[in-house]
Write a protein that binds this ligand. Structure first.
Ligand code: PEP
Length: 250
């Protein structure tokens, strides 16, 4: 059975002391958490090791926000999948629209990163989603289909089923303009049907597909109650421990 998951993407926010404070608050707030949702936080690379120590024996799991597309070597400034795995992290966010847009990450690069992530026993949280112009010109389904076909649909089923997918309409990320529950459900059902066609019914049924884009405590319950929405990838609201807890409890 697929799992409901709430993952927090901190992006380039918090210094290490600020991040440690936020994690301690979260650990405190979630100390009696009895829910069934998986909880993941993705702080900056520089925090991974320290955060991992703070969340040992809690219900919180650790993700990185990116990884290098090469295994190791002369790639100044990059952080490899093996390095991330050694911090204790179990997940890596890949394909986020900010990385696609500002760092020109292509489908080919993202597939390579996904493969390296999997080779290092890390689970990718793989993001897809259309731009506003693509939605306005009714290209949202075609866009998402293409994003899947040029990346993770090239994986064998045994690898693909280790992924978590995140549908993140770019027009909703950080804008306060959330997709309606109906828009989210429609896209998640569409993505799940693509997985049926590419792999099979069981793989599609078991895949967690998260919604991302201005998900907040006041809209999470309705979004998460949609049949094909299996939780959320949360940006801004994951930086406030109370808000993140409220979303987890939605
Ligand atoms: C994100 O960056 O993945 C995201 C969903 O951001 P926000 O919640 O701030 O829109």
């Amino acid at each position: 059975m697929r799992k409901m998951i709430v993952a927090g993407n901190w992006k380039m926010n918090t210094t290490l002391p600020e991040g440690e404070k936020l994690v301690k608050e979260l650990v405190d707030l979630l100390s009696d958490y009895k829910g069934e949702k998986g909880i993941i936080i993705a702080p900056p690379f520089t925090h991974l090791n320290a955060v991992n120590n703070l969340i040992t024996n809690t219900s919180i799991h650790l993700a990185a926000q990116n990884c290098a597309s090469e295994e190791s070597g002369a790639y100044t400034g990059e952080v490899s999948a093996a390095m991330i795995a050694a911090t204790g992290a179990k997940y890596v966010i890949l394909g986020h629209s900010e990385r696609r847009e500002y760092f020109n990450e292509s489908g080919e690069t993202l597939l390579r990163k996904t493969q390296l992530t999997l080779q290092n026993q890390l689970n990718p949280i793989f993001c897809i989603g259309e731009q506003l112009t693509q939605r306005e010109s009714e290209q949202h389904e075609a866009t998402v289909k293409k994003q899947l076909e040029e990346t993770v649909f090239k994986l064998p089923k045994s690898d693909f089923e280790k992924l978590i997918l995140a549908y993140e309409p770019v027009w909703a990320i950080g804008t306060g303009k959330v997709a309606s529950p109906e828009q989210a459900q429609e896209m998640h059902a569409f993505i799940r049907q693509l997985i049926v066609e590419k792999y099979d019914e069981k793989t599609a049924e078991n895949m967690s597909i998260l919604y991302g884009g201005s998900c907040k405590p006041n809209n999470a319950t309705e979004l998460f109650s949609q049949q094909d929405v299996d939780g959320g990838l949360i940006g801004g609201a994951s930086l406030k421990a109370e808000d993140f807890r409220a979303i987890i409890n939605s």
